[in-house]
Structures are given as C-alpha cells and as structure tokens.
Design a protein around this ligand. Sequence first.
Ligand code: NA7
Length: 546
Amino acid sequence: MSDQQPDVDVVVVGAGIAGLYLLYRLREMGMSAVAFETGDDVGGTWYWNRYPGARCDVQSIDYSYSWDAELDETWEWSERYATQPEILRYVNHVADKHDLRRHITFETRVDGAAWNDDTELWTVATDDGQQTTCRYYVMATGCLSSMKDPDIAGTGTFEGDVYFTGRWPHEGVDFTGKRVGVIGTGSSAIQSIPIIASQASELTVFQRTPNFSLPAHNGPVRPADRAAIDADRAAYRQLAKYSSAGVPRELSEESALTVSEERRQERFEEAWEEGTIFSMTGAFMDLLVDRTANEYAAEFVRNKIRSIVDDPTTAEALCPTTYPLGTKRLCLDTNYYATFNEPHVTLVDLFANPISSITPAGIDVVDGDGATSYEFDALVYATGFDAMTGAIVRVDIAGRNGVQLKEKWAEGPKTYLGLMSHDFPNLFMVTGPQSPSVLSNMAVSIEQHVDWICDTLDHLRDHDQRVIEPTQEAEDGWVAHANDFADMTLFPEANSWYMGANVPGKARVVLPYLGGVDRYRRICDAVVDGDYVGFARSGPSGEHVD
Ligand code: NA7
C-alpha cells in the first residue's frame, strides 16, 4: 500500500441540501473537504428549478434541516408550502451562517472519478482540467437533477423562445400576451401551468399521461401543525425520523376493502381536504398494495376532476386510468384542474393525437389521417429527469480494476443500502437508488444519509481503517430485498420515473426503496451495530477487518 496523501480527505459532488450538510459535518469532524458544484451558487434542486409556481410539496416545517437547533427554532416559513425563492433563501442563509461557501468550487462540473488500488485514493477530474485526489468520494448529486432528453422529433427546430422547467432563466420569464405550449403534465407542469395561464394569451398543454393531483390548500402554516412542532420540537423531529415517509403521521389501520362506502368517502374527503402529498395514499392501509382498494381512491379523485372541469371530454382526458394512484408521483396543486376551464387554455391529449414533430413554428400532432399544427411564441419543456441514477452515471466513475459504474448498473442500480456499491470502495451516495429518497421527505432522508456516512468515516478513523466496501453477497441481498419489497406493492404497474420507465433504453427496475424511512433507518443502524455487517474494511497496511 502506498502512503500517498490525498489533496483532501473528501470530495463532495453537489452543493445542494445534502452537500451543504456534508460540508458542515466533515468540517466539524476535522476532515478536509471540497465540494464541486456546476451552478454558480448553492441550492441544488432549488437553484435550478426556478419555473413559475415551483414549490416544495412536503410542508416546509417538515422539509427543513433539523441539525441546527437554533435555525430550526428561529426560521419562520411564510407558507405551508414555501416557494422556490424562499427555500433558496433558506439554503443561502445556512451557507452564510456556517460559512460553507469557502469549501465549494462553483461553476465546476465533475466529469470523471477513478479509484486507484495502490494508493487507495480516488482521483476526481473536473471540467476545468484539474484533478483532485481524495480518500473518500461522495455523490450528493440529487435524485432529480439530470434532465431527461425530451426525445421528441424536431426538438431544437422551434424558432420561438424555449424553456426547460429544470433550467429556468434566473431573471424570470414574462409570458404576457404570448402563445405558449407546455409539454408534460408532471409535478413541474402542474405547478407552473396555472401561473403561465394567468399571463399567456393562449396556453396549450400537451399531455401524454395524466397525473393524479390533490389540492395543496396552501396558505399560512396551519395552527395544528405549528402546535404539533412547537410543543416539543426535538420529539417531533425524532418522530419524523422514525416515520414511514419522514413526516410524523398516524398510519391508518383500516382496510379500504372492509369499511362501508360511506366511511370510504369520508376518509377520502378528509385526505382531499388535508392537502398533503401523503394524505390520499395513507387514507387506508392497503391503497398501495391492493388494486381494488386503490381503485376506490383513484375513482374518488377522478370524480373530483370531473366535478371541477366543465368540459366533459377535457375532464375525462385529465383522469388517469392506466396506473394505480400513487404509483406515479402524486402532485399537489393550486387551481390546476380549474385552469382548464379558462377559455384560452387547451388540453391536447397525446394518446389520441401524438406529437409528430416539433416544428419551427410550434408543434404538429397526428389527427386522424392528417395533422393539426399549433403555433407558439414560446415552448416550455416540462419533460422530467433521468431520476435517481442519471446524475450518478453521467460521471465516468471507474472503480476497482477499471469497472465502470455505468456498465455495472446497465440492468439497474446495484447497491448495498443505496449507500455504496461493490467494487467502488470509499464511494458513497446520498439518497442513492435503493434508499427511500424520493418516496420520503428528502430533508429527513438526506440528514440520515449524511449522518450515516460521516459517522462511518469517523468510525474508520477511530479504528485505524481507511477503506470500506460492501461485499458482493450483501449487495445481492439488498438488491433482492428492494425488488421483493416493490413486488409486494402496486408500484411496478406504472410506467413511472420511479421505475426508470420514462427514459428510453433505461432498465425498468424500481429505483427507490419502498420499505419506508423507519424500517430503512433501523436496518442501517443494525448494520452498524453488527460491526458493519456486509461491509469489508481494511487498514493502512491492507489488513482486512470483516
Ligand atoms: P415528470 O414527473 O417526469 O413529468 C414529465 C412529464 O413530461 C410527464 O407528464 C411526461 O409524460 C411528459 N413527457 C416526457 N417526455 C415526453 C415526450 N417525449 N412527449 C410527451 N410528453 C413527455 O417530471 P417533473 O419535472 O414534472 O417532476 C419531477 C419531480 O420533480 C416531481 O415528481 C417532484 O418530485 C419534483 P409521461 O408521464 O412520461 O407519459
């Protein structure tokens, strides 16, 4: 083993909510670290997604850091669901308060990273031509940061203004008096469409798969929610950590199959009124595992859509029918469905009239034997992301013996606990695939991963160990467990980005861990308590510790 010393102990990729907390913890531990960030400032998701109406749809009192008690006590959110600018202000405040920017190299993209078995170091290559060696390498790149190629014929030929929701101009966009086309009806579109409609002279929405959306009922933080957290903040945060989705809530023990029709409707009405992302799927215990139970909830929401949208054809087109409720990302909205009652707003159902091409003037769709042409001043692509794995495999990561992560994951991600992958020693992922991540309150899941990673680095240092890597057997077991869990649910039925199904050519395999935040946390803790069961570790002279 070589005794070459690295440039820094840890390279972090990304300066979003995860990267910032990592930098804080590593500094507190006395480890040197540098973060590389593509953007010119902190914020990650909240830096890039500046489209009109962008908000978090986990309540802001829950989607907050808990590690800074003083910040937690004093920061006041102006709304239940804060807007992107407010969240970005919060993240900037944290970076300033803890003087974190000095550890970050902005406007610098990590292109590659290679493990050297002799030096037991990673060499990280950035797009400024520099190389940085480190002992530990952490991808804090976010789950929804690598944009999906819109993959539509003629993309690039449109001669008007073009916008992507995930790369919105910092100076904002005014659509007043403009004819606007929006492609996509995922969360980003559902949040932005009502606001674009309030400015545009004409708005045409191109919908491939309709989504289930619930009213956010946004406004000031609700008194009951505030009281719950104010009563005992530390206890509330602890409850969140050991909850199924990272938000304290009582789990239903009722089956939608055994209660009366009256009771079912009552629970669904309560969920609709509650206006949280977890309320509808949590209304009964079996909504995400039983098709019949799920269909009760789905039909309830479809009836709501029918009651809001005046034109029956548009209403039916907006009703999802091809997948169970909750198996594609549920959305929260403010006036989304009602927007289609506005005379200048049109829905184009791409199942009936698929896009044949983007054109210099707008969009052509197939219409019977002919075509209909739509002309626009501006086009908005709200076409989503290469979720969970995209930002990780976009970097050329070469592990032991040159094994490429991209190739290893070609048939789907292979990880142990969503934290590490065999043959990639000392490489950690924050909210990686096969961890709860996007199916949870990300703030809670990020903190858990950062704490686990930092506690592990601390442990290695204390025990004079310097390399950690999951065993093949542990990884195989975790992959099987994650897939088995998914197979007990309805999630595999949907062509969703949870399944990698939105990106042509991507393996169709469940990406987030479906066992829940609490079960997952207990497993991670048990692994540590079992002296890192499933991980091989070695010290400076190569001696192994199992
Ligand atoms: P999503 O949820 O992936 O939505 C993308 C939308 O774009 C969705 O309606 C897609 O239809 C549509 N889409 C994608 N490609 C095409 C093509 N080629 N033609 C027509 N329509 C297309 O991304 P969002 O940004 O809205 O949300 C991502 C997450 O960010 C969100 O869930 C929150 O967690 C935050 P499809 O469903 O694939 O038929």
